[in-house]
Design a binder for this molecule. Structure first.
Ligand code: HEC
Ligand code: HEC
Length: 362
């Protein structure tokens, strides 16, 4: 890849690498086709997790670009401005490096590659390519448990193995947990403790395609990050499908899930709080609930919304029991986005009826 870019006759190429703290870097914002839209220096609210590395290739017009630049507030000519100059001209290419966030290895090896650009060592490029290949080989031996468990501290000599740390938030073996989270749009930033749902029942409430989407794109305005490359994260499709298989392997199964729900009986409000409120009641996930069913990630259910959406109660029961596939209509004017869980494998028919009765009074 680096060699190809070095051969590129016209335009410029920057290399971007996935990092977990993009606000510290120049960050690439992509359009839906993954073309770079703009590069923003140290954004407060980063639009992706891709940081521009210190490695660039420019054609001879970089000199022109630099001449046209005005010094920044820091009184310096910013490399980001050069890149944005190429972007505006439509000649900037952005290659995403398959790197891992766990250590500075990618940046270090990029530095080595940079030596090449300044004309020193061709072998640096080969070393860079070798190290990327080695890392990919290493990954083949990584178990799913390792992907799931938190990374050891950077000082740990074993830390070259990439970990995604799902259990940091979702608890060991996916039994549920919590995480500290800074609420978006709060000034000064408001820090809360957000409850993270168990994942050992997630395959009971979502279709595989839905779980793949959730992992790939994350969930906006919640601590759940986007993990897939399409969502700006570090994971390739294979890793996500491996994780999905792992989630199936830790599932406690429908019978056990129903046993866990049994103590809630058929009290609509108790069941709603246990299974629905985290998405339908603002603030429920961090212990400061607003209006019951007033809407959060999921729509508001108050003010007679559900009897209007489902004039026939049995349709609402069917929706909560089975939902609908992505893109399929539901109720009077709903279209499924594949993001509402179905409860057929977690709650009994009596319990679902009790929740729906309760919802229809909201
Ligand atoms: C920083 C904390 C954090 C990490 C790390 C994290 N998640 Fe999440 N995840 C969340 C939160 C919080 C939610 C629920 C968001 C909400 O309240 O709507 C969630 C939701 C989910 C859901 C949807 C579950 C549901 O019932 O709504 C899935 C699936 C999921 N995460 C999978 C994963 C996987 C797989 C990983 C590891 C690759 C992971 N998560 C890592 C915080 C995290
Ligand atoms: C993971 C978050 C989440 C959870 C948990 C959740 N919902 Fe939802 N719900 C949604 C989303 C999102 C929608 C919107 C549907 C869409 O856009 O596909 C929705 C839609 C609905 C609707 C239709 C509302 C309308 O006006 O279209 C009803 C009714 C509903 N949910 C009931 C429930 C019940 C009952 C539970 C608990 C048993 C529950 N939901 C749990 C996210 C959730």
């Amino acid at each position: 890849m680096l060699q190809n870019s070095a051969k590129q006759a016209r335009g410029a190429t920057v290399f971007a690498c996935w990092v977990h703290d993009p606000e510290r870097y120049g960050v690439v914002e992509f359009d839906s086709g993954y073309r770079p839209l703009r590069i923003v220096e140290k954004p407060k609210v980063p639009k992706s997790n891709y940081a521009v590395t210190g490695l660039y290739f420019y054609d001879e017009r970089a000199v022109e670009a630099v001449r046209e630049l005005k010094p920044s507030a820091r009184g310096e000519l910013e490399i980001t401005d050069v890149n944005n100059h190429y972007l505006r001209a439509g000649t900037l290419q952005c290659d995403r490096l398959e790197g891992w966030w766990t250590d500075a290895g990618t940046f270090e090896s990029l530095h080595a590659a940079h030596e090449l650009v300044t004309g020193r060592a061709r072998s640096a490029l080969e070393a860079e390519q070798r190290s990327l290949l080695e890392r990919r080989d290493e990954l083949r031996g990584v178990t799913l448990e390792q992907l799931f468990t938190p990374a050891p501290p950077p000082s740990d000599p074993g830390s070259r193995v990439p970990h995604f740390g799902c259990s940091n938030c979702h608890g060991p073996n996916g039994t549920g947990g919590s995480t500290s989270y800074s609420l978006p749009g709060t000034n000064p930033p408001k820090q809360v403790t957000w409850q993270c749902p168990p994942l050992n029942t997630v395959t009971l409430r979502f279709r595989d395609s839905e779980i793949t989407n959730i992992i790939t794109y994350g969930r906006a305005n919640t601590p759940m990050p986007a993990w897939g490359i399409a969502g700006g994260g570090p994971m390739n499709d294979q890793q996500i499908s491996d994780l999905l298989a792992y989630l199936h392997s830790i599932s406690i199964g429908s019978q056990k899930a129903m046993e866990e729900a049994a103590p809630s009986g058929t009290d609509g409000k108790t069941l709603f709080d246990g299974y629905c409120a985290r998405c339908h009641t603002e603030g429920f996930s961090f212990g400061e609930p607003g209006v019951d069913g007033g809407g959060a990630f999921g729509p508001s259910l108050v003010g007679g919304v559900t009897p209007r959406q489902f004039p026939d109660e049995s349709d609402q029961i069917d929706w909560v029991t089975n939902t609908a596939e992505l893109g399929k209509p539901y109720g009077q004017r709903g279209v499924s986005h594949g993001i509402m869980p179905h409860f057929s494998d977690m709650l009994t028919a009596d319990q679902i009826k009790a929740i729906v009765d309760y919802e229809r009074t909201l």
